[in-house]
Design a protein around this ligand. Structure first.
Ligand code: ASP
Ligand code: MG
Length: 413
């Protein structure tokens, strides 16, 4: 017997027939004698629809009421799944976030889980009942419904798995695992059998859309073994685990594990910033105060003019606010002009193998240079190299890098 958490995404829950297929999978695990808690998303497209209603009602909506509206999609799908399970003679009931409760911070619309009460849930599943829990929602300190930010059901699932000390957390989705890159761009992309938490964290944060980034960080922190599987076909999926789960040498065989792209950043350049102590702080402090995350930063040193250009990226959604903040701080910073560009993409190569190998970055730069692709900014971490390029070259860059790092599958899919 094992204690398992199963999570089903929006496409898996889209319509009664799909919910029936989901219930059948759950029934199998339950009949095998396992304790099962299930986390569900809203039906595909539903959350978008609800968000749109809020925007239409008022552009300055109250985030607490937004949470009331957008959390409803998961309430519907969890109730339907419980009904379906019962109709198959599987004992089941739904538990809303406030009923367990799943406690969150007060940051409505992007709340963080602060605690999960294990007692009710533990009793339910130990008694043989399948507990169906709506993802994405909890209850904030002020006793109101709170949501966790888009894609938050993954985080709900991992948090429940961590709290319940589950043996497994299986994430059922519309892809059959994690690939070396987006198979729509590179048909020769390969499915990975195993990825480390760290790699998955980097891949998710730079545009691989399989899991919410926060959920991977949480799984890593609590050592929850994650598996990404297809809802629609049988298969082994991809295991996301600690490095220690890899055999000796297994990990270093492959230099690069995956290539991701992210079109959600915008580039900002301030020209003729004074080259003196404090000017960079004068740029980034007001942005941080406005809760705007800066990612890549490039600053040239001034050779003889005494001033320098500073280029950096911010999330596209925050660009208008960032420009506003920087215009307000113009005098304090002392720049000449401000320019921005949204037609850019960040391409990242990720792999723990690069810790012990030189030349990963130079292969990337040379491969892009050979295709005439210009690099606008660079950042690196221990297991990642990212470059900023013009958006038009996205597909080409991903394809040539996939080949350059030897990731192409032998037989085209
Ligand atoms: N339904 C929410 C969303 O679409 C949460 C989730 O599915 O993970 O963002
Ligand atoms: Mg999702």
């Amino acid at each position: 017997m094992a204690r398992i958490v199963m999570k089903f995404g929006g496409t898996s829950m889209a319509g009664i027939e799909r919910i029936r297929a989901v219930a059948e999978r759950i029934k199998r695990e339950h009949e095998a004698g396992n304790e099962v808690a299930v986390i569900v998303s809203a039906m595909a497209g539903e959350t978008d629809r609800l968000v749109q209603f809020c925007r239409e009602a008022s552009s300055l909506y109250d985030p607490r009421e937004y949470d009331v509206v957008v959390s409803s999609g998961e309430q519907v799908s969890s109730g339907l799944l419980a009904i379906m399970l019962q109709s198959m003679d599987v004992p089941a009931r739904s538990w809303m976030g406030w009923q367990l409760p799943i406690q969150t911070s007060d940051a409505h619309s992007s709340a963080r889980i602060s605690g999960i009460d294990k007692d009710i849930l533990g009793e339910a599943i130990a008694g043989g009942q399948v507990a169906v829990i709506p993802g994405f929602q909890g209850v904030s300190g002020d006793g109101r419904v709170a949501t966790l930010g888009r894609g938050g059901s993954d985080t709900s699932a991992v948090a429940v798995a961590a709290a319940m000390k589950a043996d497994r957390c299986d994430i059922y989705t519309d892809v059959d695992g994690v690939y070396t890159t987006d198979p729509r761009i590179v048909p020769r992309a390969r499915k990975l059998a195993k990825v480390t938490y760290e790699e998955m964290l980097e891949l998710a944060s730079v545009g691989a859309k399989v899991l919410q980034t926060r959920s991977v960080g949480l799984a890593m922190k609590h050592g929850v073994p994650l598996k990404v599987l297809s809802s629609f076909e049988e298969g082994a999926g991809t295991l996301i685990v600690d490095e220690s789960a890899f055999e000796e040498g297994e990990m270093e065989e492959q230099l690069i594990t995956g290539i991701a792209h992210d079109k959600n950043e915008a580039k900002v350049t301030l020209t003729a910033v004074a080259d003196k102590p404090g000017s960079v702080a004068n740029i980034f402090t007001p942005l941080a105060d406005a809760d705007i995350n800066v990612d890549m930063i490039v600053q040239n040193f001034a050779r003889d003019t005494g001033n320098t250009d500073v280029t950096f990226t911010v999330p596209k959604d925050d660009l208008a606010r960032a420009l506003d903040v920087l215009e307000g701080a113009k005098e304090a910073i002392g720049y000449r002009e401000i320019a921005s560009d949204t037609n850019i993409t960040k391409i990242s190569v990720v792999g723990v193998g690069m810790r012990s190998h030189a030349g990963v970055a130079s292969t990337m730069f040379q491969t892009l240079a050979d295709r005439g692709i210009n690099i606008l900014a660079i950042t690196t971490s221990e297991i990642k190299v990212s470059v900023l390029i013009e958006e038009d070259y996205t597909e080409l860059a991903v394809r040539v890098l996939h080949t350059a790092y030897g990731l192409d599958a032998e037989d085209a899919a």
